[in-house]
Ligand binder design. Structure first.
Ligand SMILES: C[S@@+](CC[C@H](N)C(=O)[O-])C[C@H]1O[C@@H](n2cnc3c(N)ncnc32)[C@H](O)[C@@H]1O
Length: 456
């Protein structure tokens, strides 16, 4: 049966924006039927053209803004919104921070946990040029190897030189590397035919160390003219301490492949956080906003309430950044991560910093946690910092069974945070301090926060 919808494709109509989605799109409603519209803000009146309808919602494009929100600011350019690099750039920064605080509060309220207090988001003084890592697709545009970013929901590359939210030294490095690749006639990857060589340029730069790592992701095992390309990269970019070829032969959206060849320098680069030095491999996770990460970690350390006598488990530990900062205030720390390079880095980082009371295990957090429980490890504090999908149910069961006094939950996805808090509640763990959002991703709708759960 054909359902009649309140709007139809290509219809042009005037609407008022009521809300922002978690992805930063404005929401208007016609007979309670939502239309999601990019580049619009609550309280704005607009003329919209409906571009797509589904049974439950529609998408539309702004034709004209009839009444402008007082919180709209002059965006840097259309391309940043179109590519999804900075989808919230048109919203005043102080309002972005409120938006993030309210998103978390609303998600708790939705599951009838209205009593959970969410503090104002800790923001940045200069909320741009903060990212310490770039992963830039390389494609042929108008016959030339080009770097840029994909247009949202597409694989169309939009050429770009100023990425706005990245460290400008990284933006500069990408242009330099692009020009060297052009000079030696390297072939850009062609996704459609799965041909060509260079898929992605990844650059990481230490915020404190200013060490730079360059990763050239190739479809082919061979990188033609590798010697001269690398020599020129090193000559043009003196901060580079590591040039790596990563081979990814699959037809996939996953950026890195399994094979890394060190073409010059080290296999890692170093950076500092809270006074410790960390070696970081190409494959390892490292927080992208180092200034805010220090605030985030300090909060986690404070909230853990360490006195020096505690046993701490740091699950999803990456290269050991949280484990090793906490080890300085605890008796013993155990870390676990699923990425071999990260665990290698974590062990190396413990040595590098002369930390002897931290042990790292390679494996999935859910399995290793069950093993630790079986081994009779009794943590006082469990810290978790999972990826967006949150915690596995089995992990929560093992964690609760170990009976820690406190769970410090660092989350990059409020939806899974709320789900996991509910699951912890079934095991007698509750929030009894306000949730603290920390803005790790200004100009984007991504939300990071710290939550502490305590045993009843
Ligand atoms: C958000 S990062 C946090 C890393 C680290 N705590 C930090 O701040 O740098 C999440 C980490 O979880 C790891 N990971 C993903 N799934 C996992 C799993 N099932 N078990 C253990 N670690 C996992 C990833 O490799 C990554 O290092």
């Amino acid at each position: 049966m054909k359902v009649s919808l309140p709007v139809y494709k290509d219809q042009v109509l005037d609407v008022e924006i009521m809300d922002l989605t978690y992805q930063g799109m404005g929401v208007a409603k016609v007979d309670n039927y939502p239309i999601f519209i990019d580049n619009t803000l609550p309280s704005e009146k607009i003329t919209v053209k409906v571009t797509k309808t589904t049974k439950n919602f529609a998408f539309g494009d702004v034709v004209k803004i009839l009444q402008v929100s007082p919180h709209r600011v002059n965006p840097k350019g259309r391309v940043y919104r179109q590519t999804g690099i900075a989808p919230l750039q048109h919203l005043e920064y102080s309002e972005q921070l409120k938006f993030k605080q309210h998103q978390i509060a609303e998600l708790f309220a939705k599951v009838h946990m209205d009593d959970v207090e969410v503090l104002p988001t800790i923001g940045m003084d200069h909320p741009s040029q903060y990212r310490n890592k770039a992963q830039v697709p390389v494609r042929k545009v108008q016959g030339e190897l080009t770097t840029g970013f994909y247009k949202k929901n597409s694989h169309q590359l939009m050429p770009l030189e100023d990425y706005y939210i990245q460290d400008p030294a990284i933006d500069h490095a990408i242009i330099v590397i692009r020009d060297i690749l052009r000079k030696y006639h390297e072939e850009a990857y062609d996704e459609f035919h799965h041909s060509g060589t260079i898929r992605t340029i990844m650059v990481r730069r230490g915020y404190y160390s200013h060490e730079m790592m360059v990763v050239l992701v190739t479809r082919t095992k061979r990188l033609p003219m590798a010697d001269v390309v690398v020599e020129e990269i090193q000559a043009a970019l003196p901060e580079v301490v590591s040039v790596i070829q990563n081979v990814n032969q699959k037809r996939t959206n996953v950026i890195l492949g399994p094979v890394n060849n060190v073409l010059a320098g080290k296999s890692t680069m170093n950076d500092q956080l809270l006074g410790l030095t960390f070696a970081i491999s190409a494959q390892s996770f490292y927080q992208v906003n180092p200034q805010q990460t220090e605030k985030l970690y300090q909060l986690a350390i404070d909230q853990a309430g360490l006195t020096g006598n505690e046993t701490v488990i740091d699950a999803y530990s990456g290269i050991g950044t949280i484990s090793l900062t906490m080890a300085q205030h605890a008796k013993q720390v155990y870390g676990v991560d699923i990425v071999p390079a990260a665990i290698d880095n974590a062990r190396q980082n413990a040595d590098k910093n002369g930390i002897k009371n931290a042990e790292f295990v390679l494996g999935s957090a859910e399995k290793v946690m069950a093993q630790w429980q079986e081994d009779g490890i009794k943590p006082d504090v469990v810290v978790v910092d999972p990826p967006r999908k949150g915690l596995d149910e089995a992990f929560i069961e093992s964690a609760a069974a170990m009976g820690p006094k406190r769970v410090v939950y660092i989350s990059c996805n409020p939806s899974t945070l709320v789900r996991d808090v509910q699951r912890f509640a079934e095991h007698g763990y509750h929030i009894n301090a306000p949730v603290q959002p920390v803005d790790q991703f200004p100009q984007t709708p991504h939300i990071e926060s710290v939550t502490v759960l305590e045993r009843d």
